[in-house]
Ligand binder design. Structure first.
Ligand SMILES: *Cc1c(COP(=O)(O)O)cnc(C)c1O
Length: 428
């Protein structure tokens, strides 16, 4: 494949945008080379500026669960745009999407919309602190909750890729209120709680981790967190920005039948427009301004285009009771196919998969936390990534990312991908 135009466009972008990108993982630093510039996308495919077609396994990092340019979402946005694109005043649409989200997700009474997953997690933590009147939070190494200061304490994903787990600009004062725990390690969490009695407002967790590859919780981990939180007056925050409306209608709360106190959303809930949200029981949500004392606001929050896209997306998911089963089947098929060809080519690997999330790690040991995810062989990953791109298959340009399977992928696409992996893994 030829990437002449992409390279030119990247050179132009670098002159006026730091690193040529508006979000660092797009810059290919972890894999080398220059980013591919997208011209358009439809269904399972990306079309780049050089005219190449790529089967897409990133899907805008999760939102496009039904494939790119999904017709009902596109139509909804076009229709709404004609009526005005922002008012800063309430619209009926906001209540419609809120009511639908509340009906789909267990254990929430009210939801507030923001503009990104970052904002959702940041606001959820502020709400938890206000509600409990405590300052500290526990987060897990390798879990990513957006780029707000409290979370850039050895964050996963982009920050790890760059080898700068603690970003300059985050103050020591902020960092001291974030306690870091090991994912899937309840004893570690207990120790932190003991050492900080009555000081911890919230435990925030990706209930299925997706920002250090895909790492499902081990048996008893989420149940244990729930018990510890209840026993110690701590609020349990499920960051379902990635898993919400993806692993089940009601997200991980439904999948594992565990109630969180606050749930964060993003990605799928916006149908590909910039949307985040956080939700909880009324008792907690009523603590927010204008009802309660915790301040939170947004000029473009609940924006009509974003809400129209999100509503069309949630309606499509709500009306298709087989969707999550279908996605799981496709992903399991892909997983089995990859396993077969990697084994045949004597590659050392571990595949993690749950629902429509999957990651391939070039390490023989189980990948259950950040440390084991970091043990993977990045040199092999680089060859894997560039080899797949050359074959017309696009996965995330970092070994720490999950692949997202969409409903637009056909079994022919999956077979094509498995064959490409077979070919590429012969060159390792
Ligand atoms: C993507 C992501 C975020 C951040 O969302 P943005 O919209 O990028 O700000 C937060 N938490 C998780 C689990 C995510 O995957």
């Amino acid at each position: 494949m030829i990437y002449q135009r992409s390279s030119q466009l990247f050179a132009e972008a670098e002159k006026v945008i730091p690193g040529g990108v508006n979000s660092p993982v797009r810059a290919f630093k972890a894999v080398g080379g220059t980013p591919i510039f997208v011209k358009s996308a439809k269904g399972a495919y990306l079309y780049d500026e050089d005219g190449n077609r790529l089967i897409d396994y990133i899907n805008s990092w999760g939102p496009m669960i039904l494939g790119h340019a999904y017709e009902p979402v596109v139509e909804a946005v076009i229709e709404k745009a004609k009526l005005g694109t922002s008012f800063g005043m309430p619209t009926e649409l906001e209540t419609q999407i809120a009511a639908l989200a509340v009906s789909m997700v267990p254990n929430i009474d009210k939801i507030r919309f923001v503009n990104s997953g970052t904002e959702a997690c940041m606001s959820a933590v502020r709400l938890a602190r206000g509600f409990t009147k405590r300052d500290k939070i526990i987060k897990f190494a390798g879990c990513y909750h957006g780029h707000s200061d409290s979370f850039l304490i050895q964050a996963g994903s982009g920050a790890v890729t760059f080898g700068t787990p603690n970003s300059p600009g985050v103050t020591a004062g902020t960092a001291k209120d974030t306690l870091l725990a090991k994912y899937n390690d309840l004893e570690n969490v207990k120790t932190l709680i003991e050492a900080n009695k009555n000081e911890i407002a919230a435990i925030i967790v990706e209930p299925v981790a997706g920002n250090m590859g895909c790492i499902p919780p081990v048996k008893g981990f989420l149940e244990g967190l729930r018990e510890l939180c209840t026993a110690n007056g701590i609020l349990l925050i499920f960051d379902e920005v990635m898993t919400g409306f993806r692993l089940a209608r009601g997200g991980v709360q439904e999948l594992f039948n565990i109630n969180a106190d606050i749930v964060c959303f993003g990605k799928v809930i916006g149908g590909g427009l910039p949307v985040g949200a956080f939700a909880a029981r009324a008792e907690i949500m009523n603590y927010l301004a204008p009802l309660g004392p915790v301040y939170q606001a947004g000029t473009l929050s609940g924006n009509p285009l974003a809400m129209a896209a999100g509503l069309a997306m949630l309606q499509a998911l709500d009306n298709d009771r087989e969707i999550f089963k279908r996605l799981e089947e496709k992903t399991a098929y892909l997983s089995a196919g990859i396993e077969k060809v990697l084994k045949a080519n004597n590659v050392v690997f571990t595949i993690n998969q749950i629902g429509s999330m999957i990651s391939v790690h070039f390490d023989a040991n189980p990948v259950t936390d950040f440390q084991s995810a970091a043990a993977g062989d990045n040199e092999t990953f680089k060859k894997f990534f560039h080899g797949l791109v050359a074959e017309g298959v696009y996965i995330a340009p970092s070994a720490y990312e999950t692949w997202f399977i969409t409903d637009a992928l056909t079994y022919e696409d999956l077979d094509f991908t498995i064959q490409a992996i077979d070919k590429v893994s012969k060159t390792f």
